[in-house]
Structure formats: C-alpha cells, structure tokens
Design a protein around this ligand. Structure first.
Ligand code: PGA
Length: 255
C-alpha cells in the first residue's frame, strides 16, 4: 500500500466471496447495534450483498426493526415505482425481504417539486445523526462515488448533479435506450459521504480493474472523486481478483 494512504484492502476471490464478506460485516453490525444507521448503494455491485442479507433474514430472522437506512442517490424524474428508480431497486432487492419499517428507509426524492429543498433536507437528516455508521459504496468506471462525477468539489453536500456521458452510457444497460437514461440525479455529496464513520467500497470484475489501480496508486485529486476516501480514517476497499488484475501478482497484494 502506498505510504500515507490509510485505506485498507480486503482481497476476495470472486463476486460471491465479496458479497458474503460484506454481508457478514453488515450482519455483525446489525446484531451489535440494533439502531444502526446504514448507508446503502444501488447498481449491480451490491445486489448479491442484499441477496445474502435477505437469505439471512429468512433463515435466521436477523431483525432490522430498529435499523435506519440512507441511500446515496436517486435519479431526478423517476417515480418510486419506476422500475429503474433506486426506490424500486431497494424495495425489490432488500426492503421487501427484511422487516425494516418503511419509515426508517431514506432515499432522496427525485420527483420533489423543490429539488434544492429536498437536497437540504436530506443533508440535514444525515447531519442529525452525525453521518451514517457504515456506508456501502460502489465505484464508477470514471471514479465516481454516489453520482459525484470527476471534478466534483470534495466539500460538496447533497445536491442535484448532471450525469457524466460515461455514467449514462454505463447505466444504459438498465434502460431501453440511452435517451431513456435520466440526465440528472440527486446524490449525497463527497463531504456527506466522508461524514460516515466507516466506509466499504466494493469493486468486482475486470471492468473495474483500471479505476481500482488508479484509486490505489494515484494521488488525491478532484479528477478522481473516490480518491477523497484517502482523507478518511476508516475506509476498506473490498475487491475481487478481477478488480485487482492490473496489479502484478506480488505487487501490494501478494496473491
Ligand atoms: P455498478 O455501479 O455497481 O453497477 O458497477 C457502481 C457505480 O456506478 O457507483
């Protein structure tokens, strides 16, 4: 690990191991601290983590009745019941499968009439709890976290952002066409994310290898939003072999 970088790296074999490891950590926290404030992400990466949490709930009845969740982001213009909204995603993948009260789940409202008031309220919610206890993050191929695209100020709070062309292209796979991908989203800002007490950044697959290499080896810069995580004391990158495949066998990781 490069000197001065405080991020820990957990190396896992493959996607299934990544999901199992992450779900196990979340479950430990939920069992220890029933009133956990948990920051959640959407996208392909955490799907398997949510599957493990749902399976555990079915088998072991781990309870989420006192847990609160805060999602990173939501598309502007999609309703909660739109199949591509992050509200819909969370309901399908997790909330309907565990016993969390709906009133404990927080996702920015991309249909709010006053979007800046919505952002302010969302930020205030996270301020009230002094940041979430644990935030789960994915990483975009352009280095974004949440929808904080390259160039975003590290001091940014929850805000409406324009999605980078590369992000809209990456997310096109969920929509019928590129034109259907929303152009804007509400996202926690980088400063909002850095308020979290602990952060796991998950990366799987060869298509993430380049950005993970950049994240680990490059200096902190606004051109690489995820590099802001190097300013935080408790970040763990959880990455599988494919996502670490741009490192030599013995370099840093020794696998
Ligand atoms: P993905 O998205 O999990 O679908 O790869 C990650 C991200 O864009 O943050």
């Amino acid at each position: 690990m490069k000197e001065g970088i405080k991020m820990k790296i957990v190396k896992v074999k493959d996607y299934d191991e990544l999901c199992q490891w992450t779900a196990k950590q979340i479950l430990q926290k939920v069992r220890q601290d029933k009133k956990l404030h948990l920051g959640l992400a959407t996208g392909s990466t955490p799907e398997g983590v949510y599957q493990y949490l749902a399976e555990d709930h079915r088998k072991n009845k781990t309870s989420y009745r006192q847990v609160f969740t805060y999602n990173l982001d939501e598309y502007v213009g999609l309703s909660a019941d739109h199949p591509n909204s992050y509200h819909y995603y969370m309901n399908q993948h997790l909330f309907q499968k565990i016993d969390i009260p709906e009133s404990h789940t927080h996702i920015p409202n991309g249909l709010a009439k006053d979007l800046s008031a919505e952002c302010e309220q969302y930020e205030a919610l996270i301020d009230q709890i002094n940041g979430v206890d644990l935030q789960i993050l994915g990483i975009g191929t352009n280095g974004h976290i949440g929808f904080n695209e390259p160039g975003t100020l590290f001091g940014s709070h929850t805000q409406v952002v324009e999605l980078a062309p590369s992000t809209r292209k990456d997310n096109q796979r969920f929509f019928d066409s590129l034109d259907d991908v929303p152009t804007h989203a509400i996202t926690m800002g980088i400063a909002t994310i850095l308020k979290s007490k602990q952060i796991f950044l998950l990366a799987t697959g060869e298509h993430k290898a380049n950005i993970i290499k950049r994240l680990i080896t490059e200096n902190v810069s606004q051109d690489l939003p995820a590099s802001a995580l190097k300013l935080h004391r408790n970040v763990t990158i959880v990455a599988d072999h494919a996502a670490l495949s741009q490192f030599d066998k013995d370099e840093v990781f020794g696998f």
